[in-house]
Write a protein that binds this ligand. Structure first.
Ligand code: TEU
Length: 578
């Protein structure tokens, strides 16, 4: 069995600071707003908060473009506010994770300003500067064909010194060069700044992009577009594990937890190398596959569809791999970079919404791994509906995509139906919608007369914390029950073994698995209906032993070994007999 650790037993609640609670009526969430909701968060039964970036930033990418890691974005508050947050969390036996964004900085960061000032500036090599290539006609070209993750070339020409710099995200997010030891030490000092103030760990942004192939070779050409992914040369490069181990030594000066965001790296072996215990690198990772299940074959917004077989395959894979390498993982379905899982993988139609939200909660809290939930999941927050046009989407990712396709179609919005469909499912905006606290104007997120920084989903009238908090049948009440159940059954649900039920047992639309605690023999069978139809399942062990229903989002049907799951039904049955 897996060895115990506090970070394995933690349940993490992700807060997108701009969208959680506005305490001063400027339309933007803030740190005092988070502080004001600590008792609410604690009452859910979660114990750790991951706060997306709150640092000084021009906010071209909502704070993932940091200009000073030791200062706080003024509208969010001050370093003292953060200290108050940390202290109050600690006095409530809770923890705080910060976002560590060190693959890149903002172009307004002092390091970049120095770096770009001259070719021989001591910080020149803290970033990637390269000479132009010259094509046959004598024209200046980018040093390689890599495409930015937000579209266009990843290289940007700087007139002042006549060289290009690399930026895998926005042009205003230049990539740091981790080959440079001085840069790394400066970054570790920034980390210590927060660790010294009591921060309990980090979610490491774009973690595996920090080591690139030293030659920065051209990416494989897969279509006739001018720029190609190049990810095979900028993700999980040769020095990645050295950098992580060096960083881990800094973390280990404190008692911390860490989770690395692993984009582009999905295969068992490579992922294992980050989390296998004997390698002493990361506590856990976010593999992107679980939020990519409905992506197109080549691109996020390509046409794709979700099938329950995908979640079965991804879940089985990681649940099986981690014990094999004595590693650990995160479990998540939602974050600030995607549409809500409820709307994408189940259904937010009125007749399904509450049941489906509870089913997904059952999934998230019955697997081995540290669960991460996104604020709003506990009330079944959903994507913006189809009635919202393109103007409701303000994030750079969807905007860039929409504008580029619109241009190629002669600026005619009426030809954009396919694009809008994908945006309505997957845009990052959905994961960033302001929290729906009550049914007053602006959903209790902000003052009634202020203009919130982004659209508030009009469904807040019916879907909000206040309307659910005292209702024993609400989505919120179910999350609380599930979170309590996980806590009471730590040996079983956190540390127990995992055995999948086969598709032959459950049918292709139902995900099923068993968790077992070896010391006590206690077994839980989890059945999750990922379809909007009733499903009949025959579970052999139900006929052989006595099982009791631990929790269900439907009228439990405990008869014999036949279980009928209603649309999006979920049921956990447990047996104490060995
Ligand atoms: O995301 C890294 C990343 O690879 C994303 O581009 C992701 O694939 C995309 O958002 C999916 O739509 C991290 C942060 O989570 C994201 O919010 C930042 O924009 C990005 O890094 C740059 O810091």
């Amino acid at each position: 069995a897996s060895s115990k650790a506090w970070w394995k037993e933690a349940v993490v609640y992700q807060i997108y600071p701009a969208s959680f609670k506005d305490s001063n009526g400027d339309g933007l969430g803030d740190i005092p707003g988070v502080i004001s909701k600590i008792s609410y968060i604690k009452s859910l039964g979660v114990d750790t908060i991951w706060l997306s970036p709150i640092f000084a930033s021009p906010q071209n990418d909502m704070g993932y473009d940091i200009s000073d890691y030791r200062a706080i974005h003024a509208p969010y508050g001050t370093v003292e506010d953060v200290q108050t947050l940390i202290d109050q969390l600690h006095s409530n036996s809770m923890k705080l994770l910060m976002d560590l964004v060190v693959n890149h900085t903002s172009d307004e960061h002092a390091w970049f300003k120095e770096s770009r000032s001259s070719r021989d500036n001591p910080k020149r090599n803290w970033y990637f500067w390269r000479d132009p290539k010259i094509d046959n006609e004598g024209n200046r070209k980018e040093p390689n064909n890599w495409k930015s993750i937000f579209g266009g070339s990843a290289w940007h020409f700087d007139e002042h010194t006549g060289q290009y710099y690399l930026a895998l995200f926005l042009p205003s997010q230049p990539d740091l060069n981790w080959e440079n030891g001085d840069m790394r030490q400066a970054s570790y000092d920034d980390m210590r700044f927060w660790l010294d103030r009591g921060v309990d760990g980090f979610r490491i942004d774009s973690m595996n992009l920090m080591s690139k192939h030293p030659d920065l070779p051209d990416g494989k050409v897969i279509n006739d577009e001018p720029y190609q992914s190049g990810a095979e040369f900028f993700a999980s490069g040769p020095k990645m594990h050295d950098y992580i181990r060096e960083m881990r030594a800094v973390f280990d000066e404190y008692d911390t937890m860490n989770v690395g965001e692993l984009g582009f790296t999905k295969d068992e072996l490579s992922v294992s190398e980050y989390v296998a215990k004997d390698r002493h690198e990361l506590n856990m990772v976010f593999t992107g596959d679980i939020v990519d299940m409905d992506f197109g074959a080549e691109a996020k917004y390509g046409r794709g569809s979700f099938h329950p077989r995908k979640i079965r395959q991804i879940t089985d894979m990681w649940q099986r791999v981690m014990p094999k390498v004595n590693g650990w993982n995160s479990v998540y379905l939602d974050n600030h970079d995607s549409g809500r899982s409820l709307s994408r993988y189940t259904s937010d139609a009125p007749e399904h919404r509450a049941t489906a939200a509870k089913m997904l909660a059952t999934y998230l809290l019955t697997l081995s791994g540290t669960p991460f939930m996104l604020a709003g999941q506990e009330i079944g927050m959903a994507n913006l509906g189809k009635e919202y046009g393109p103007e409701a989407y303000i994030d750079v990712e969807a905007r860039n995509y929409y504008e580029a396709v619109l241009k190629s179609r002669g600026g005619d919005h009426s030809k954009m139906g396919d694009v809008m469909r994908e945006i309505q499912l997957k845009a990052r905006d959905h994961g960033r919608l302001p929290m729906q606290w009550d049914n007053s104007a602006n959903a209790g997120f902000s003052g009634e007369c202020t203009q919130p920084w982004m659209t508030i989903n009009r469904d807040y009238i019916n879907w909000n914390v206040a309307s659910q908090i005292d209702d024993p049948n609400s989505v919120l009440a179910y999350w609380r029950k599930m979170l309590a159940l996980r806590k009471v059954n730590t040996d079983l649900l956190t540390y127990g073994s995992y055995t999948p039920l086969s598709e032959g047992d459950t049918g292709e639309k139902v995900l099923g698995y068993e968790r077992q605690c070896h010391e006590t023999g206690k077994t839980a069978v989890v059945l999750l209906n990922f379809s909007d139809r009733e499903q009949k399942v025959q579970i052999k062990s139900f006929a052989q032993r006595e099982f009791e229903v631990l929790i269900s989002n439907q009228e439990p049907n405990i008869k014999a070994h036949n279980v009928t799951l209603m649309p999006h039904g979920a049921i956990i049955k447990a047996s104490y007999v060995t």
